[in-house]
Design a protein around this ligand. Structure first.
Ligand SMILES: Cc1cc2nc3c(=O)[nH]c(=O)nc-3n(C[C@H](O)[C@H](O)[C@H](O)COP(=O)(O)OP(=O)(O)OC[C@H]3O[C@@H](n4cnc5c(N)ncnc54)[C@H](O)[C@@H]3O)c2cc1C
Length: 452
């Protein structure tokens, strides 16, 4: 009997799980190999004050149709992020309160005009980009030769707007504006429907909806549907496609398959030995992309007491390490929960301290705005994603200048019978769960075509 599988899928994050779901749906004989002792990858179950929470990916935009469809099929309900009341904003030495997300209230008339002009410049640059082929745009080499920071200092004289874009860049990539290619930044915005859509928690935005019980349960349900097809604790260390059939090796087992899907972050592919070696451009791409740095924290109180004071729990400060943060309390009001992030340089520095110290930093910031009640939380938890062996950073990989325009066009190119998935290879919502699902779907269809 032929023991050769139709396909091996490497990685049981949302991307690999979706690829596996589609292949199984087509009756294919597959195995999914996951390095960790759990599924979900950059989404992860946790608990705070007895409540199930997401320690990794969490929010959903209503336009993220694949994730919406999966959640509906599994009866996982959603509720909107709490926005009623005032957000706290500090930019370039000025602190203010704004209604919900109306950041324009914070700006002087002059700054509003400059913000309008800056947004117009960004939208003009976006209109010339094709998110599936950003390296092919006439402007790509020029846009990729500079960082967001260099462009920003030319694009606006307003120090407040510069601070705002720096904070946005840290929040999208967990990296500093000086580290991220302008082409990569713009392409990312384009794939997520534009700047306003990506940073918004209001109707339609990337932070609009939360899952009852957490998004991680969707990954767990997908894994259950795969049954014994899924093998945990199986880090893949080599793939040999030199003799037509792919031979995939882990520490304890070997699998032969007609096709392979690699659904791991591109920055981790260098832990896998490929024979024949990957084309030089693909290796250059994988080694030059960097993972962002983020520590996500949750803090619990008996009630969302800040709401009584007219706050919505959002704090965005360019001068505090534990920002941004948001009210993510369950809708039944049983607890007051705030989730937030140490991002980019702040995450790198806070990574050298300890949980106790980070807890004190978070409490001090909340107490400064919401008063003494913030001094006595029920519980605190955080995760430094740079220390997760099988992620090595989050939310996703970003490109410094000079990478995407030189090697980006190889990001989805199959290598013999090896196909690439993972959110970084998506053309829409790359870096998000939706992007992971889209990439898994695309790779599964490539494999199905290849098996015909
Ligand atoms: C703190 C945080 C907050 C986030 N917030 C959001 C959010 O609100 N909304 C949103 O949409 N997204 C968010 N994201 C991003 C989102 O979680 C990711 O984009 C998405 O989960 C990536 O899925 P993936 O399948 O592409 O990759 P991963 O989830 O990284 O899956 C890859 C899998 O491959 C495994 N693996 C790696 N190497 C090997 C190997 N050699 N052999 C076998 N297995 C291997 C890994 O263990 C992992 O399970 C967040 C991420 C983090 C960390």
């Amino acid at each position: 009997m032929d023991s050769t599988l139709d396909a091996v899928v490497i990685g049981a994050g949302f991307s690999g799980l979706n690829a596996a779901r589609i292949l199984r749906g087509e009756g294919k004989n597959i195995v999914v190999l996951e390095a960790r002792d759990r599924v979900g990858g950059r989404t992860k179950h946790g608990q705070i004050a007895g409540l199930d929470i997401d320690l990794g990916g969490m929010w959903l935009a209503p336009s993220q149709v694949r994730l919406v469809e999966l959640a509906d099929r599994m009866n996982v309900g959603r509720y909107p992020t709490y926005l009623a009341g005032k957000s706290v904003l500090t930019m370039a030495g000025k602190t203010g309160l704004v209604n919900g997300e109306d950041f324009t209230e914070f700006l002087t008339i002059q700054e509003k005009i400059q913000a309008y002009l800056l947004l117009r410049k960004i939208n003009h640059l976006l209109s010339a980009l094709d998110e599936a082929d950003p390296w092919g745009s006439p402007q790509s080499k020029k846009l990729d030769s500079t960082s967001v920071e260099i462009w920003l200092c030319e694009a606006t004289k307003s120090e407040r707007l510069r601070s705002l874009i720096r904070v946005i860049c840290a929040s999208l990539f967990c990296a500093e504006t000086s580290q991220v290619s302008l082409l990569f930044f713009l392409n990312y915005l384009k794939g997520g429907g534009g700047l306003e859509s990506m940073i918004s928690a209001d109707t339609g935005g990337g932070q609009n909806l939360l899952f009852h019980g957490g998004v991680h349960q969707i990954a767990r349900n997908m894994a259950q549907e795969l049954g014994s097809t899924l093998r945990l604790n199986e880090p893949v260390h080599s793939i040999d496609v030199s003799n037509g059939i792919a031979v995939v090796n882990t520490q304890s087992a070997q699998f032969r398959a007609r096709r392979v899907i690699v659904a791991v972050p591109p920055t981790l592919t260098n832990k896998i030995n490929f024979n024949p070696p990957l084309p030089s451009a693909q290796t250059a791409l994988h080694t030059r992309l960097s993972m962002g740095s983020v520590i996500k924290f949750w803090i619990a109180y008996p009630t969302p007491f800040w709401r009584q004071q007219g706050f919505n729990g959002s704090i965005v400060r360019d001068d505090r390490p534990a920002s941004p943060c948001f009210d993510v309390s369950p809708p039944n009001g049983e607890l007051g929960l705030i989730a937030g992030f140490f991002e980019a340089d702040h995450a790198i520095h806070a990574g050298d301290s300890n949980t106790l110290h980070r807890r004190e930093t978070v409490i001090a910031m909340l107490a400064a705005h919401f008063g003494e009640q913030a001094l006595n939380p029920l519980d605190y938890i955080d995760v430094d994603w740079s220390r997760e062996e099988w992620s090595k950073g989050c939310y996703g990989a970003f490109a410094p200048p000079g990478v995407m325009s030189h090697y980006g066009n190889s990001i989805r190119t199959p290598h013999h019978s090896i196909h690439w998935a993972g959110t970084e290879t998506a053309t829409q919502w790359a870096g998000y769960i939706e992007g992971a699902l889209q990439a898994g779907e695309r790779a599964a269809h490539e494999v199905l075509r290849g098996l015909r």
